[in-house]
Write a protein that binds this ligand. Structure first.
Ligand code: C5P
Length: 236
């Protein structure tokens, strides 16, 4: 798999999701299924979207003791998704166990990506509430290194961190970056954003794009624009 745009299907029901995906006709975007849709519709929604021919990033952010995560990942591996994730904050033993659980009997497995520090956590919250000292950037980098050390494939991070992650963990270690907006569109609740072309320039491997596509008047055109800007670096 190479660089791609992953469309965040943040819809509350299967009907809305299918109505959205139907607009794309024969085009099959890589889609992200998050907690909202998964908890509302269960594993069946994953099977149905897979059957339609999409690649899937199952974004459930697992975080528990190693044995529980291993067993849960083993169940998820049967859903045949292409990418899934967990919280790096669960520690290296949990990440290693997850990888083991996710690996199918034939040795294949989905890509496993770690969430470092949620972008909703501020420096103040990390230091004062979570009891983690130092700079947030340092925690992100140390979590990314732990994930790489545990054998994971990459991290979800802010586009602003992608370069540093690649320098520390290698070019092949994937960076999956949300917070992408077109130069001329609404930011919504995303504070620190980049355009698809900027994300390309800083070496992001996958961009996760929700509302700029799902809420567009013409989602297919918005998706095509996103792909075009991200893959060619045009319209920086
Ligand atoms: O609509 P928007 O483009 O902001 O959607 C971005 C997607 O990426 C959402 O599904 C959101 O939950 C997810 N995400 C994020 N920031 C993170 C991690 C995930 O926006 N740090």
């Amino acid at each position: 798999m190479g660089r791609d745009v992953i469309v965040a299907c943040d819809f509350p029901t299967a009907e809305e999701t299918f109505a959205f995906l139907d607009k794309f006709g024969g085009r099959k975007p890589f889609v992200k299924i998050g907690m909202e849709l998964y908890y509302a519709q269960g594993p069946e929604i994953v099977r149905a979207i897979k059957e339609r021919g999409h690649k899937i990033f199952l974004d459930l952010k697992l975080h528990d003791i190693p044995n529980t995560v291993k067993r849960a990942m083993s169940v998820l591996s049967r859903l045949d998704v292409d990418m899934t994730n967990l919280h790096a904050g669960g520690g290296s033993a949990m990440m290693e166990a997850a990888l083991e659980g996710l690996t199918r009997p034939d040795g294949t497995r989905p890509l496993l990506i770690a969430v470092t520090m949620l972008t909703s956590i501020s420096q103040q919250t990390m230091n004062g509430e979570l009891g983690i000292g130092g700079e947030i950037q340092d925690t992100v980098m140390s979590y990314a290194k732990n994930a790489a050390g545990a054998g994971l494939d990459g991290v979800v991070c802010s586009p602003l961190e992608a370069q540093a992650v690649h320098s520390a963990c290698g070019d092949k270690f994937l960076t999956v970056t949300p917070g992408v907006r077109f130069a001329d569109s609404e930011r919504g609740d995303q504070q620190r954003v980049m355009t698809p072309a900027q994300a390309n320039a800083i070496g992001s491997d996958y961009i996760v794009v929700g509302r700029p596509i799902t809420a567009a008047d013409d989602p297919v055109a918005a998706y095509e624009r996103c792909i075009q800007e991200f893959t060619t670096g045009g319209n920086l």
